[in-house]
Design a protein around this ligand. Structure first.
Ligand code: GLU
Length: 472
């Protein structure tokens, strides 16, 4: 039987890191076994589901590269099918109409609590209602077996046993006829032929209910389950917005590479010895959901940053350039109006932990600045450097080949003729052409900025020095 897994988010917010990790595990499991990975959008809660959120989920999946073989399938397209299953359960006496009012259920609950019993539906309508109250639209409840148990051989948690006596008759259709979560999931998981279900352990309590419904529908091959523990923030509480970025696309905006986030997420709860860095191919080969840890894991931003830097340093520069291009666009830069992004990546990657840092530190390659960094200019653009800088400008202008080596030689020779150390000229040049005191090596920096811009900026710096001299 070929493996079929799914990711089934409810579109009520963005794709958060917990969801992305579940999606990744399911995707890896399918890829490892040559199976199929299906995306299902659980949008039956029409009040909370939004088209915006569906888009955010699809965008997140695409950015992470978690391509699905089928879908996105929308539950809202399947109401007729859910209704068919609800009718079948009713006809076969495996479900029943319940007319109990909200008030009645509340009183029932209060009494049970007073008796220190677990609050639950008492099965009042289970054996039929002699005269259904008029004008009341009933809900439909599933007849949970009274005896026996459901045994789940969870691939992460091991065996988990639920006694049916602990479960009450859950509502499978609301009074307006719409199906509830536990019903839609069962129908979909069956119709979509899913073999392996990997999901958050917040759903573990739903699993026995879902298995009971499956059995009532005559299913023999119940899917195999793996419930993944939650992710905690660094304060030990469940990861949430309070801990900063939790939406996947926020990580893109903050300058992370998708492969760094994937590598980070897979290690949150899964391990292979003490290996930290995994390519996707390696993951597909090594991943086994049985190796998922059964205790919660803690999110650690500095490790993610470390991984990001690793991928920035070690990925193909063309690949980094592709992602950097997006960030340059965010800063209003058109990268075609300057040096090749691949060259910029090679020049800047050693000093960039994120693509945001890289993009901000590369602005001067594409865009003239209006002001120098005050401190850098004060220290480096002084009267004493006016003449050497002028001479260097002429040397640079005379260069026929605008290449790092020639630029480097021009700086050395000019410094020598003024009897100053190379650094004493290179640093003012850096401030003159980048506006700041930090950049990649000066020869590469100048080469990439381009001759015309370099000369223009030196002129601008010379003007600045002159102004400063005039004021004194
Ligand atoms: N839609 C559910 C959620 O977003 C997941 C359902 C499932 O995986 O069974 O929490």
């Amino acid at each position: 039987m070929s493996v079929r897994t799914r990711f089934a988010p409810s579109p009520t917010g963005y794709l958060h890191v917990g969801g992305a990790r579940t999606a990744l595990f399911s995707w890896l499991y399918a890829r490892k076994h040559g199976g199929s990975f299906i995306l299902r959008i659980e949008d039956t809660d029409q009040e909370r589901s939004t088209a915006e959120s569906v888009n955010a989920i699809l965008e997140g999946m695409t950015w992470l590269g978690l391509e699905y073989d089928e879908g996105p399938l929308y539950q809202t397209d399947r109401f007729a099918r859910y209704d068919e299953v609800i009718q079948k359960l009713l006809e076969e006496g495996k479900a029943y109409y319940c007319y109990c009012s909200k008030d009645k259920l509340e009183i029932m609950r209060a009494k049970q609590m007073a008796r220190k019993e677990k609050p639950r539906y008492d099965g009042c309508c289970r054996n039929g209602v002699d005269s259904p109250p008029e004008g009341v639209s009933p809900v439909v409840r599933f007849k949970t077996p009274k005896n026996g148990s459901v045994v789940i051989d969870d691939r992460v948690r091991g065996q988990v046993v639920f006694q049916n006596s602990e479960l009450d008759d859950l509502v499978i259709a609301r009074s307006d006829g719409t199906p509830t979560y536990n019903l839609t999931v069962v129908v979909d998981d069956l119709d979509m032929g899913l073999t392996h279900i990997i999901r958050g352990d917040d759903h573990l309590n739903n699993t026995p209910r879902q298995i009971n419904i499956m059995k009532a529908l005559g299913v023999v091959d119940i899917p195999s389950y793996a419930h993944v523990p939650m992710i905690l923030g660094d304060d030990g509480k469940r990861l949430s917005k309070r801990h900063g970025a939790v939406g996947v696309m926020q990580y893109r905006d903050d300058g992370y590479l998708p492969e760094a986030l994937l590598n980070y997420l897979v290690r949150l709860g899964w391990s292979h010895g003490d290996q930290e860095i995994f390519s996707l191919d390696e993951l597909i080969e090594l991943f086994d959901d049985k190796d998922i840890n059964n205790s919660a894991s803690t999110f650690n931003t500095s490790k993610l940053l470390w991984l990001n830097q690793h991928y920035i340093m070690n990925s193909a520069p063309e690949h980094i350039a592709h992602h950097l291009s997006w960030h340059m666009g965010q800063l209003g830069i058109d990268p075609s109006q300057g040096p090749s992004l691949v060259d910029v990546v090679l020049a800047t990657r050693e000093r960039s932990k994120t693509l945001v840092e890289m993009a901000q530190g590369s602005l001067f390659f594409y865009k003239d600045f209006e002001e120098f960094d005050v401190k850098a200019a004060k220290k480096n653009l002084k009267a004493a450097i006016q003449k050497p800088l002028m001479a260097l400008r002429d040397q640079l202008e005379a260069l026929e080949l605008w290449k790092g080596e020639a630029i480097y030689n021009a700086v050395i020779e000019t410094a020598k003729s003024f009897e100053i150390k190379m650094g004493k000229l290179a640093q003012p040049l850096r401030v003159a052409i980048t506006g700041n005191s930090m950049s990649p090596p000066i020869d590469i920096t100048a080469e990439l900025i381009g001759k015309e811009r370099v000369l223009k900026r030196i002129d601008f710096a010379l003007k600045y020095i002159q102004n400063r001299m005039d004021k004194n």
